[in-house]
Structures are given as structure tokens and as C-alpha cells.
Design a protein around this ligand. Structure first.
Ligand SMILES: NC(=O)c1ccc[n+]([C@@H]2O[C@H](COP(=O)([O-])OP(=O)(O)OC[C@H]3O[C@@H](n4cnc5c(N)ncnc54)[C@H](O)[C@@H]3O)[C@@H](O)[C@H]2O)c1
Length: 336
């Protein structure tokens, strides 16, 4: 970053799985950071110079406006972030993932924020037979989570203006270690089961699922903050790396876990039928063409990082502790 005033970035959902890797990187890259999060899953981000932690709800627009003082850019990650958790309480989830979205954008624009990065999802495309799903592919959402993720996008474009750069990213399913780890994501689930049960169950197996290492996701956020406005204003970018079938991913997990974990020399892969045959192949050439971005870490790297975290005792009680599984945590929270 250039000398002078430090750029101030507000991250909604900054205490989540991605936030716990993103926020320390932003701080070490010289940004001031405001984490704005209701802390559904607690918070393990250490206090640090330049960091402000605000425990608040994105639906509280007054509180959000107050948090925007001096903020240059907003990275909007907060949401109920997968299909089953969304469906636990559709009304509540819609209020978080959709109803408050436009008020957040308007508040940011009014406060003089210069850049708004919206994190959508590559799941907005639903199932497609297209060999390469590019950003102009129709959105055919299969779940409410996908549907509302996609419906926020045009709301953002309404407010795109000179001096208020709006950009949407559609990341693939993430993988890898975070201090607030999610073990409900494909690669992370398979690795947890391989390490802790010595066995992986694959449902179906032929479905293609695009993946992205969490550290590459963080690189992409940093890029969105630095990229020249004229290259990203009003643009949507897929961000994925490796499109493999679930069975291929299971084979990779097996190989890496057998190498990394001494008491797991022989992981079993069991295949069962599924009715969830969602399969898609996203194409991420645009972000390379426009911004020169290519992910650098593989699925195997993510599995290796997780194995090392397990071996170091950083993921205790990983089959049972509900904080690793969004749906279980939110179910308990809603019942309380
Ligand atoms: N993890 C993935 O594989 C993946 C893939 C594509 C897109 N994304 C998107 O990336 C973003 C981050 O995902 P994640 O995996 O870190 O999710 P996460 O569930 O770990 O984090 C979401 C955060 O949002 C916060 N939050 C939820 N409702 C809130 C509210 N009403 N007010 C304030 N904060 C609230 C939660 O407390 C949590 O810390 C999400 O927008 C998600 O849809 C994730």
C-alpha cells in the first residue's frame, strides 16, 4: 500500500470462516479493518492495532451507518451461508441475506464509501450441462440460498456510479484451514472423516464441484480492493480453480491423508447413492483475462493444511463440536 493515510476496510461477516483468514491478511497488508459481525460462531480474531471489532447485526442499518465512519471500502460477506442453514428459518434468513442488502449498499454510498465488493456464490448457476459456465450463463438457482444470493446482484448495480465502484464475485466452494473452521464444506468434510474415522463416504461421486483454496479467496479480496476501478466497476467475476468430481476429490483426500497422518495408512472410500446430483463446471478465465488472477493453491494443499491443523490439535472434537457445522450451530441458536 502507498504511504500516507491507511485505507479503512469494513468487512461484514468478518468473524466467519473466510474472515478469520482475511482479516489478519488485511491488517498485515497495512489496512485498517472494521469487522462488523453478529458473531454467530464466536470470534477468535485477536485484538490488533488498526482493528475494530463491532458485534452487531447487518439488519441494524443505524448501527451499520455509524460503523462506516472513515471507511473507504466494504467487503460484504455476512449471511446465512449455506443451503441447509438458510432453510432452518426462511423468514429470518431472507431478512439477513436479502432484505437488508440494498439498505447496506445505500448506507455505504451515502457515507462516501468508494468501493463495495459483494460476495455472491458460484452456486447461483444451479445445475448446468454447459461445459464451461461463464459469468453470462443464466442463473437457475436450485435453493433459496442460491436464489437470494443471485437476487442481490442487480440491487447492487442500481447504485453503481462514478466514485462508487461496485463489484460482484462468485466464488467456488472453499476449502482449507481457518481458525474458525467450517467442516461442512466438501473437501473439509472428506478430510475430517478421513483423518478421524479412517473412512470417507461419497454420495454419488460423479458430480463436478468447483473448489477454491481459502488463501486464494483472500488473495482475490485483496485484488478487488486494489484493482483499478475502471477494470471492475459493474463487473462480475467467477473465482474457482479446480473442477473435479467428488470421487476424484475423495481420491486426493485419501492420498494426502495417508501421507500426512501416520495412524491412517489405509483410508476406505465407500460410495452410496444420492439424489443430490448437482454438478457444475465454472469457468474463471475472466478474472485472469481482466486482472491477471490465477489461484495458486491446490485442493491437495488445502487437505495438507487441514491434516497439519488436526495433528497440531487445532481442530479438537471435530466430529461432534457443533461450531464446525453452520447448520447445527444455527439450529441450536434458533431454538434458544
Ligand atoms: N465458504 C464457502 O465455500 C463459500 C463459497 C462461496 C461463497 N461464499 C460466501 O462467502 C461469504 C463468507 O462465507 P463463510 O464461509 O466465511 O461463512 P460463515 O458462515 O463462516 O461466516 C458468515 C459470517 O456472517 C455473520 N453473520 C450472519 N448473519 C449476520 C447478521 N445478520 N449480521 C451480521 N453478521 C452476520 C456470521 O456471524 C458469520 O461470522 C458468504 O457470503 C458466503 O455466502 C462462501
Amino acid at each position: 500500500m502507498t504511504q500516507g493515510k491507511r485505507e479503512r476496510v469494513l468487512v461484514t461477516g468478518g468473524a466467519g470462516y473466510v474472515g478469520h483468514v482475511l482479516v489478519p491478511r488485511l491488517l498485515s497488508d497495512g489496512y485498517e479493518v472494521v469487522v462488523y459481525d453478529s458473531m454467530f460462531f464466536g470470534n477468535r480474531i485477536e485484538p490488533a492495532p488498526g482493528l475494530t471489532l463491532i458485534e452487531a447485526d447487518i439488519r441494524d442499518t443505524a448501527r451499520f451507518k455509524a460503523a462506516l465512519d472513515g471507511v473507504d471500502s466494504v467487503l460484504h460477506l455476512a449471511c446465512i451461508s449455506n443451503d441447509p442453514s438458510f432453510e432452518l428459518d426462511e423468514g429470518l434468513s431472507t431478512s439477513i441475506n436479502y432484505d437488508c442488502f440494498e439498505p447496506l449498499v445505500v448506507a455505504a454510498k451515502t457515507a462516501g464509501v468508494k468501493r463495495f465488493v459483494y460476495c455472491s456464490s458460484s452456486s447461483v448457476y444451479g445445475v448446468s450441462n454447459a461445459p464451461e459456465v461463464t459469468e453470462d450463463h443464466a442463473l437457475v438457482p436450485l435453493t433459496l440460498y442460491n436464489k437470494y444470493k443471485g437476487m442481490c446482484e442487480p440491487l447492487l448495480w442500481k447504485h453503481q456510479a462514478p466514485g462508487f465502484t461496485c463489484v460482484t464475485i462468485r466464488p467456488a466452494t472453499l476449502c482449507g484451514y481457518s481458525p474458525r473452521c467450517r467442516l461442512d464444506l466438501t473437501v473439509n468434510i472428506l478430510t475430517n472423516h478421513a483423518v478421524n474415522r479412517g473412512k470417507i463416504t461419497v454420495f454419488g461421486g460423479l458430480q463436478k464441484r468447483p473448489n477454491l483454496h481459502i488463501e486464494d479467496m483472500v488473495d482475490a479480496y485483496l485484488l478487488m480492493l486494489r484493482a483499478p476501478a475502471e477494470k471492475i466497476s459493474g463487473e462480475t467475476f467467477n473465482i474457482g480453480y479446480e473442477n473435479y468430481t467428488v470421487m476424484e476429490i475423495a481420491e486426493m483426500v485419501k492420498k494426502v491423508v495417508e501421507q500426512e497422518i501416520p495412524n491412517r495408512p489405509n483410508i476406505d472410500i465407500e460410495r452410496t447413492e444420492t439424489n443430490d446430483n448437482r454438478s457444475y463446471h465454472i469457468n474463471s478465465d475472466k478474472i485472469f483475462r481482466v486482472l491477471g488472477f490465477r489461484p495458486k493453491r491446490s485442493i491437495e494443499d488445502a487437505v495438507r493444511d487441514l491434516c497439519r491443523a488436526f495433528a497440531a490439535g487445532k481442530l479438537p472434537n471435530s466430529m461432534d463440536d457443533e461450531s464446525y457445522f453452520n447448520v447445527r450451530t444455527i439450529k441450536t441458536r434458533n431454538a434458544a
